[in-house]
Ligand binder design. Structure first.
Ligand SMILES: *Cc1c(COP(=O)(O)O)cnc(C)c1O
Length: 381
């Protein structure tokens, strides 16, 4: 019961919030029998995401993971290549590197935004001067230090693939996340800031890259009447039904972001007098979408993240740990990792050890927030 998405009494971490507009676009698709993949919703959703983000061009795909996979392929990543990637992230940021039999090299976080450390990135370049790409994540919707990261990557002539799966609508120095890299990626998975039930988008300022993503995602058919293929393709395109859901959701993205920011502000204020709690840091050079609000517990506190999660779960409230860093994952144990600080331990591991992702569902009522805050405050007294 606790794991279902339709327990009406449960308070969720982040679940889909639908508005009704989605059904209108889906109904159009039914009426015109555009139930197949492709169709007007897909084309419009791409144009609308491009207009919202200013990314240039967009290809609607079946998932954010598919978008990262095609993005890496388009950057030429293949067997034996090295790819730098943020360690503190969801495994989908780096699994596609392994699909291509390339080698992930993990980069630590910096403490200011929890994202890729420019210092650790420099260290990685000194040992691996020729990575094929750098995958930068905007964790929990907080923009990374893109100026410093971009500068380093430009110096080494290495393209950035921006994993903006969690950060749609977040901006850095006035520019949307996802538009800094040669390629950007958004996710519309069920718990992201807007959803298509499942889906993703690969974006770029270069039309040719996006056009090629569309080709590869539809089995790489050559432009011939007969079924001819000169490349290996994928079945990665978004369906016209899912794109309809996305179009309806996009109308409410700004509203979702506003609510997410209110949730973050509410937690921050509620815990301001508890010295043992800090909220996830934001980037002063940008505006987060605050997809998930997270707290860390000061070292030496008698309260552990497990204790917070257990106390919430007892009241049917969902929370979850910070992503376990990729360099600590059994499946990636053999790969290199570059730390922000010298010595042992790492920033990403420390955040993982001390952090909790708090319920950030925009459907939460004031009373729900009071309940969550009350449970946590009581643990610290
Ligand atoms: C959700 C997520 C993805 C994957 O997106 P899907 O649409 O679920 O495939 C990739 N990277 C990060 C950081 C994510 O949070």
């Amino acid at each position: 019961m606790a794991d279902t998405m339709n327990d009406k009494t449960r308070i969720y971490l982040a679940s889909p919030t639908m508005h009704g507009d989605e059904q209108g676009y889906v109904a159009d698709a039914f009426e015109t029998n555009w139930v197949a993949p492709l169709g007007p919703n897909v084309n419009h959703f791409e144009t609308e995401i491009a207009a919202y983000t200013g990314c240039g061009y967009a290809a609607a795909l079946s998932s954010g993971t598919a978008a990262i996979h095609l993005g890496l392929k388009l950057l030429g990543v293949g067997q034996g290549d090295v790819v730098f990637v943020s360690s503190l992230t969801f495994s989908a940021s780096c699994n596609p590197i392994c699909y291509e039999k390339a080698t992930p090299v993990f980069i630590d976080s910096e403490p200011d935004t929890w994202n890729m450390s420019p210092e650790a990135l420099e260290k990685a370049f000194s040992q691996y001067p020729n990575p094929k790409a750098v995958v930068v994540v905007h964790l929990y919707g907080t923009p990374a230090k893109m100026d410093a990261i971009t500068q380093i990557c430009e110096k080494h002539h290495v393209p950035i693939l921006e994993d903006a799966a969690e950060s749609l609508g977040a901006v850095y120095k006035g520019r949307q996340t996802g538009t800094f890299g040669r390629i950007g990626v958004y996710s519309f998975n069920g718990n992201k800031i807007i959803t298509t039930s499942g889906g993703g988008m690969m974006v770029s300022a270069e039309e040719a890259l996006v056009e090629e993503a569309r080709t590869l995602s539809t089995q790489a058919r050559d432009p011939a009447r007969h079924y001819q293929h000169s490349k290996i393709g994928y079945n990665y395109r978004m369906s016209n039904i899912d794109a309809g859901i996305g179009r309806g959701q996009l109308l409410h993205l700004d509203e979702h972001i506003r609510r997410k920011r209110e949730i973050y502000a509410r937690y921050k204020e509620a815990f301001a007098d508890i010295g043992e709690i800090a909220m996830n840091p934001l980037n002063p050079e940008g505006d987060a979408n605050n997809w998930l609000s997270c707290m860390t517990i000061k070292e030496g506190s008698s309260v552990t993240p497990d204790r917070v999660m257990d106390a919430l779960e007892e009241q049917n409230i969902e929370s979850r740990p910070i992503w376990k860093p990729m360099h600590l994952q059994p499946v990636f144990a053999g790969y290199d990792f570059f730390r922000h600080n010298d010595g042992s331990g790492s920033v990403s591991e420390d955040i993982f050890d001390r952090g909790v992702c708090l319920p950030s569902d925009i459907k939460n009522k004031d009373a729900d927030m009071d309940k969550i805050i009350g449970i946590i405050r009581r643990l610290f007294h």
